[in-house]
Design a protein around this ligand. Structure first.
Ligand code: HEC
Length: 185
């Protein structure tokens, strides 16, 4: 009789203890900092680091390799200024229409169409509206305005500054100019 009583108590104790355990989280953590170390986020600000940052901060006034500054603002007046004054740094031998076409077909043709007439697949399927033809006289796009548009985007067109570097933006700009002149002739 006593034995059965003991077995019953042990079963009860085991059942009580095990009922609260979960496979997904540890039970008791006697030394939690042994389980979980304190994470420092990249580019976070923490007192433990020299200068208070977990990453090295570039010295003031420097720009990253491969980046160039763009002097024109993301405003209508910045756009107008670029349209008038911004000229391509390419000499005629830098222009590579084959590369420009490749990039254009990847990033732009879905909306603008491979001919630049504004009849890309997204336009035909009415996923996006209001895509102009590059020959649209009202817009009279120039090398500067095309570059500005690629850099910042325009209304419902997003920026392509992250997808295309400076050199590639000019490659695409020259290809757009070619499409424009093909459309006009
Ligand atoms: C998601 C669709 C979409 C994609 C992709 C796209 N565009 Fe556009 N683009 C538009 C729309 C919409 C407009 C009209 C913006 C407005 O003026 O309201 C436009 C306008 C333009 C204009 C005329 C801007 C002006 O000065 O009036 C140029 C040039 C242009 N895009 C070039 C490009 C180039 C180059 C690419 C690829 C790097 C590209 N677009 C990718 C939707 C797109």
């Amino acid at each position: 009789m006593q034995n059965i009583f003991k077995i019953l108590i042990i079963t009860l104790v085991v059942a009580t203890l095990s009922s609260c355990s979960s496979k997904d989280s540890p039970n008791y953590e006697y030394m939690p900092n042994m389980y979980r170390s304190i994470p420092y986020d990249a580019y976070g600000e923490y007192d433990v680091f020299e200068k208070g940052h977990s990453a090295l901060i570039p010295p003031a006034g420097t720009i990253a390799r491969g980046y160039t500054l763009f002097d024109y603002e993301n405003t209508t007046s910045g756009y107008e200024l670029a349209k008038k004054n911004l000229k391509s740094p390419f000499s005629s031998s830098d222009i590579d229409l084959k590369k420009g076409k490749e990039l254009y077909n990847i990033y732009c043709a879905v909306c603008h169409g491979s001919k630049g007439d504004g009849q890309g697949i997204l336009m035909k399927r009415e996923k996006i509206l209001g895509i102009p033809s590059y020959s649209d006289v009202g817009r009279s796009i120039s090398e500067g305005s095309i570059y500005h548009t690629i850099f910042y985007g325009k209304n419902s067109m997003g920026s392509y500054a992250n997808q295309l570097d400076d050199h590639e933006r000019w490659l695409v700009t020259h290809y757009v100019l070619k499409l424009k002149s093909d459309l006009e002739n």
